[in-house]
Design a protein around this ligand. Structure first.
Ligand SMILES: *Cc1c(COP(=O)(O)O)cnc(C)c1O
Length: 508
């Protein structure tokens, strides 16, 4: 244990004790401040061909003054960006317990497969006859995801979870319209991710709030009262955002279907279900998956996302165009001739690089490996729950799936909030958990370890959380003023949101 309480750890992810922070030197001036006139990162040989007249080539588009960019040598630029990267946190540095985000490890074998030349260089304008390899990858991934979800048809086009929701609700709307009715509203539980109401609204629906019961789940009687001939769908996350499996889901589906409404499942939490339970078997009509959560493709700043949408057969005619089909010789083609389609939602094939990585992950694990992954993810979350529930308040006692949600109730009595604890966690070398979500839990601490973490890493995390709980009792100021080990500490989050400075301007 460090004697200096404000500085128990070295930089992000290192989990060691000490005060030395190797990258913090006087050499930290901003790139722009280091600029000195005439420095260049390159040197070109003299021209050995006739010079092109830029004025005639570019016309009015030509700048008459050089851009005011910093002038630096190559090594200064390399060091600047490398140094910046060490001030950040990443899944490759340590655990990232960000609940509802499934920040799992991105296996290196995925990267290897994605770099196979024929796949990496497949051009979207390549004729179908020369693109059969990548079309096979798409077809195989589609079939794997249909197997995993128990659904009938799928599109890989959407570029993220929220985009998948949008596509899925467009299918719902198109189907209702094809039935000659234009229903008006979508029901959304109060525990939902913010993208759900945003999706319903952007698809032209009124959002009606559904209150959770005391277990954090759907109250069947309240649902039966609320569903009527104006209800287009219920958007439901299962397991819910408090990590609880909605065990009545088949009954929820029955209530909706009896009134002609559909069940949309937000599948962002599929890491708790893969290989165990299939939404297609428990009454879901349409759902999205997050390849960048459940299927190990890079997440956040690490790469583009992918949010495939799977549906039951009756929604298939409405899927975005084009749809992959096979001819009698087994050759694959894109079919555009689909009069009921909602249209395109993404250029070309979607984020193909993510399909390759997700397929590599699925095939490397196989059915048994995927099931094991789910079991380990749930086990890890429950291990953390068990090891922390004596110190942190657990508002919902229902069994946890892949994540556990505590509240800051006990620490708040000492004036320390969930955001303070999260910031203190940074000093211990961990990325913060999800703060203040879901909103049905006041002062939520939402923790999702995923299956990637070893027992040793989980124990370090637990130790950090227990140590912070002790600090809250003994030296709460240390927690309230955290983080102490980062480049910047508490930023003005309001100003950052209202008046963001997003680009450098000369002279500022
Ligand atoms: C992450 C998440 C989404 C949105 O997915 P994005 O890929 O970030 O757009 C939607 N719902 C839930 C429950 C999520 O956790």
């Amino acid at each position: 244990m460090a004697t200096d309480l404000t500085n128990p750890q070295t930089p992000a992810g290192s989990h060691t004790t000490g005060k030395v922070r190797p990258h913090q030197t006087q050499n930290e001036a901003l790139l722009f401040e280091k600029s000195s006139p005439g420095k260049r990162a390159y040197k070109l040989p003299p021209l050995d061909v006739p010079a092109v007249d830029l004025a005639s080539l570019l016309g009015a588009a030509r700048r008459d003054q050089a851009a005011e960019l910093p002038e630096l040598s190559e090594i200064e630029i390399v060091r600047h960006f490398t140094r910046l990267s060490t001030w950040n946190y990443a899944i490759d540095l340590g655990m990232y317990p960000l609940g509802s985000c499934t920040m799992k490890y991105n296996p290196r074998v995925n990267e290897l497969v994605a770099r196979i030349e024929g796949l990496a260089e497949a051009h979207p304008y390549r004729p179908e006859s020369l693109a059969q390899g990548i079309l096979e990858v798409i077809d195989l991934l589609q079939r794997c995801l249909l197997d995993i979800t128990g659904m009938d048809a799928i599109t890989l086009q959407p570029a993220a979870g929220a985009h998948g929701e949008f596509t899925g609700i467009l299918l719902v709307r198109a189907w209702h319209e094809s039935q000659g009715n234009s229903r008006r509203k979508v029901l959304i539980p109060d525990s939902a991710h913010g993208t759900n109401p945003a999706t319903a609204a952007i698809c032209g629906y009124a959002v009606e709030n559904l209150r959770s019961n005391s277990d954090g789940g759907i109250d069947l009687e309240a649902l039966a009262r609320q569903v009527d001939s104006e209800t287009a769908a219920l958007m439901l996350t299962n397991p819910s955002t408090i990590g609880v499996f909605e065990s009545q889901i088949h009954k929820i589906a029955e209530i909706l279907h009896a009134k002609g409404a559909l069940l949309y499942m937000d599948g962002a939490n599929m890491n708790a279900l893969v290989g165990k339970a299939r939404p297609g078997d428990f009454g879901v009509d349409v759902m999205h998956l997050n390849l960048h959560k459940t299927f190990s493709t890079p997440h956040g700043g690490g790469g583009p996302g992918s949010g495939p949408v799977a549906c039951k057969a009756f929604l298939e005619p409405f899927l975005p165009i084009p749809v992959l089909v096979k001819d009698e010789n087994g050759a694959k083609h894109w079919n555009y001739g689909r009069p009921q389609s909602v249209g395109r939602v993404r250029a070309f094939y979607g984020n193909t690089g993510m399909f390759i990585r997700a397929l590599a992950y699925i095939l490397a694990n196989g059915p048994d490996g995927l099931r094991q992954t789910t079991e380990d993810a749930v086990l890890n979350a429950n291990y953390i729950r068990h090891k922390l529930e004596d110190l942190y308040d657990l508002p919902y006692k229902t069994a946890s799936m892949h994540e556990v949600v505590f509240s800051d109730k006990r620490q708040a009595a000492k004036g320390v909030k969930t955001g303070d604890i999260a910031k203190r966690l940074i000093d211990y070398g961990f990325h913060p958990y999800t703060v203040s979500f879901p909103q049905i839990v006041h002062g939520a601490l939402m923790i999702e370890p995923t299956e990637s973490e070893s027992l040793e890493e989980l124990d370090l995390f637990i130790e950090a959380m227990r140590s912070i709980a002790r600090e809250v009792e003994e030296t709460p100021e240390v927690v309230k003023s955290a983080p102490h080990s980062t480049r910047v500490s508490r930023l003005d989050e309001v100003q950052a949101a209202r008046k963001p400075i997003l680009r450098w301007r000369p002279g500022q």
